[in-house]
Design a protein around this ligand. Sequence first.
Ligand SMILES: Nc1ncnc2c1ncn2[C@@H]1O[C@H](COP(=O)(O)OP(=O)(O)OP(=O)(O)O)[C@@H](O)[C@H]1O
Length: 610
Amino acid sequence: MAQNPWQRPVNKNLWVLWKLKPFLRSRLGLLLAYLLAMLCSAGASLVLPQGARFILDKGFHSYKALLWISIALFILGMFTVAMRGLRDGLATWLGQGVVADLRSAVFSHALHLPAIFYETFRTGEVISRLSSDVTILRFGLTGVLGRSLQSGITLVGALVLMLVTMPQLLLPGVLVLPLLVFVNIRSGRLQRGYSRKEQDYLADLSAHTEESINGIRVIQALTLEPQTETRYRQDIHLLLGQVWSRVKVQSWSTFLTGSLVFLALSAMLYLGGLAVLEKQVGMGVLAAFLLYALMAATSLASLGELWGSMSRLAGATERLLALLDEKPEHSAQALSGEVGKVPESSEFSIRNPARLTLERVAFRYPSRPDVPAIENISLDIEPGETVAFVGASGAGKSTVFSLLMRHYQPSEGQILLDGTAIDAMPLRSLRQQLAVVPQHPVIFSMSIADNILMARPDANEAALLAAVKAARVDEFSDRLEDKLKTHVGEKGVTLSGGQRQRIAIARAILRNPRVLILDEATSALDAENERLIQEALANLTAQRTTLVAAHRLATIVHAARIAVLDQGRLIAIGSHEALLKSCPTYRQFAELQRLHEQSPELSTLEKIRA
Ligand SMILES: Nc1ncnc2c1ncn2[C@@H]1O[C@H](COP(=O)(O)OP(=O)(O)OP(=O)(O)O)[C@@H](O)[C@H]1O
């Protein structure tokens, strides 16, 4: 079941990062090279203070010793920076690669999620996870791999070397250590909570942004700009509140950690200075010790940051992986189903028409389980037959089509295609045999030709042009400068509703399906264009199993049979003439239509009154 925004993942530990393992496994060689470079870089940094020790204790004894120690220091320094550069480069490469794989995996998974997922999960939230969570992961992962992992190793190494160099000076460090650990753990926990909420608010913000920009015309038409702006500001305010809380904790933690570290360092310097004054140790030993202490302190601070960023990283990983955990609408096996070659449709060659059978089909939408959308529908549609569905708005026409496309599974009963239950068929194979012309076609931001070719990318030019002509697309494309290559803008914004429907019809023609579903396919066309397209559709539907939903009598009157739906139930089926005699609901529908056709200028209200 899809997650609602209020059911976001709230896992509290960092183990979720372990789930990134499969994405690292394919880069094992790179990971080992990175670990090696990181160990070399950490080791070389730990040797550097020994150079300072030698210079101070032995370097001033002779010119030659000074020269050799300086040369050795230079070589060591070069090695350190080379390893550091290699480590950072490999870390970035590794981190970016893991994130790219994860992002592709989540995106392709999102493409296969069922209709029900997108009913409960806002698209803006999916986009937010794929953008802002991925960004956190990208920076977090490269940061953790780049610096923080080495800090842990350096800290341990520096502590061991401090112990070896001047164990008596460790006392101040030991005393402040529990406090440091406490501050870091506490602040890490707080930061994790805040950053998780921050991401949730960011997702809300993205979802609202997407909704507002998509619905910009409605917002402008209803002059809802001030309210939309206020809601946006409120979202930002909530987000900033979380950022502010997190930053406060972060700043306090940096201040407290820094103070404790400097307290310990000052005490060490004082105690160490006493030892030098009393000639117990040389200056070089104290300098090396203090350098190790400084290294330990910086590593500790960096680990504190790591704790905070790991929390953000864990949150982002969790939210991305939660999308991967959603159940897809079909298995990979279903996707690889045998598809078969679709014949060219330039001549409208009919693929052997299909028989469709609905056996006691009932369905309730998962988001509205109390109300049946379809109840106990049984219907046998002969190969090549055209059946029209009529009924009031909400009667269940589109739901029948969605069940056929297997966007949903019937709650009871089954649908058969040529005697085989569609549930048992590979999804791709089923959908290759169907084509839907929806009431509100989705047009993509590409050219007219590319939009049509989506139905069959391998179609040749003759097939494309035939579909264009049959669907009367050429009637408007010929008047455009770039003809079929004209870019139609986002969601086909530069086209009229009727032009978008003609593109959708051309897609269906090109697809050359065995079952054609016309769901109010010509509702946005004017009478002249509808008449012309009906002719084209007549060619397309002849001897092809066709299901039509339409409000206009002219569209359905020629159907072999008309199925009358009322509140999800099939109340009558028969020819136009037979239904006029036997079905009062249909008679009423036909009379209203006739009234409309005779006096199209009557307002809807007048028609209802009539
Ligand atoms: N995704 C959904 N979730 C919950 N209920 C839905 C969903 N889609 C449709 N419904 C409900 O199912 C019933 C049938 O809707 P459907 O869209 O099939 O009607 P229709 O006959 O195609 O209507 P129209 O002629 O207006 O397109 C309606 O009561 C509708 O509110």
